[in-house]
Design a binder for this molecule. Sequence first.
Ligand code: 5AD
Ligand code: SF4
Length: 443
Amino acid sequence: MNDQANPPAAKKLFIKTYGCQMNVYDSQRMAEAMATEGYVLTDDQADADMVLLNTCHIREKAAEKLYSDLGRLKPLKAERPDLKIGVAGCVAQAEGEEIVRRMPLVDLVVGPQTYHRLPAMVRGEAPAILTDFPSEDKFDHLPQNRATRRAPAAFLTVQEGCDKFCAFCVVPYTRGAEVSRPVDRILREARDLVDRGVREITLLGQNVNGWHGAGSDGTWGFGRLIRALAGIEGLDRIRYTTSHPNDMSDDLIAAHRDVPQLMPYLHLPVQSGSDRILKAMNRKHTAAGYLRLIDRIREARPDILLTSDFIVGFPGETDADHRDTMRLVAEVGFGTAFSFKYSPRPGTPAYERPEVDSHVADERLQELQALLTKQQKAAQEGMVGRTLGVLFEKPGRQAGQMIGKSDYLHSVFVDAPRAQVGDLVTVRIVESATNSLHGELAA
Ligand code: 5AD
Ligand code: SF4
């Protein structure tokens, strides 16, 4: 026993994360920032002293979820008026004060570029609504990335914002202009993660392959950053997401050939297979240009698994445009892909354009998803019989079972009673299930 007074009981923070991996990363960093204020994470919203909703604005449905979740918090707030409710992320950025006007139970609104000030906001030492784009770098004001749950795979944000202005997309407005973090900060954060047991890092950015950061000898490109990260001992796997086709530099493609730690997996959104629609979307590339790029990437790394994003029913899309998209998908053969029905977003150039009939868009989406599902199944079945690396991330439901990710990012279930989370093992894939694979430890 020492003579110090007992520390006050920890306050509990519940965070709900919507949307992309960048938000997952931001939620972790906000949790660390709040830890300095004595908050610990809880999985139980009803038990929390503070509820933080880290929101997504990319499609209308994503934004509407915030308001229905806030509505459901009303009874809890009525019961415990001292419960703090905060809204973070891209809806916070886009709607700011409007959120408090619509939902007065909200205490704090914080945008993606200002969350390092969350502790001061909670203490009442900063405004309750902060959605500016400060000139300071929030990462300089945040505690170290502690990968709070000590998972063997971690995210690391290297780039934020977007200057591409695709006609449908809110990101350039909610996340602001492209900013690349400097080399030394990224390497330091990566080393720190590896020292804490992380073996796989996914580099994050809205336009991650457009990263170009300040190094000791001038500006570096993304391929060089990956080579430098591969030099960190103990960092066994590197991934990155999400990328724009026009930023796949020769050096980055060569890194897919040369750097064994760079996993054979690439998410490269194309959105549409029609040149007319690509032009209307302001994508600044053609379908043929994308296909040529895929050829070059596959030349460098023949076994690479490709994934993509698609939008159907973009204003002006005809049946012929949709068939172009179906043809592109058939030609590439994706490992998996996300496909969305176009959602008009206020403030974007496409917002006012006449919409495609909703039923027609639904039908196109179904047709596209059926093909993508078939391709996903084929890609998974193609793994059966192969021997792959699997990084164990958590125990499975059954005794002695582990779940991990393969080199190609498939979830793999393996019977491995003596294995531990964080083991990187060689596994022979024996079976493909709906959304996962089953494997056996290889000798
Ligand atoms: N409507 C539908 N899908 C969208 N996306 C971005 N904006 C919209 C929108 N307004 C999709 C794109 C992008 C992914 C993250 O979300 O496919 O790549
Ligand atoms: Fe949005 Fe296009 Fe930028 Fe991607 S590249 S974040 S879709 S504007």
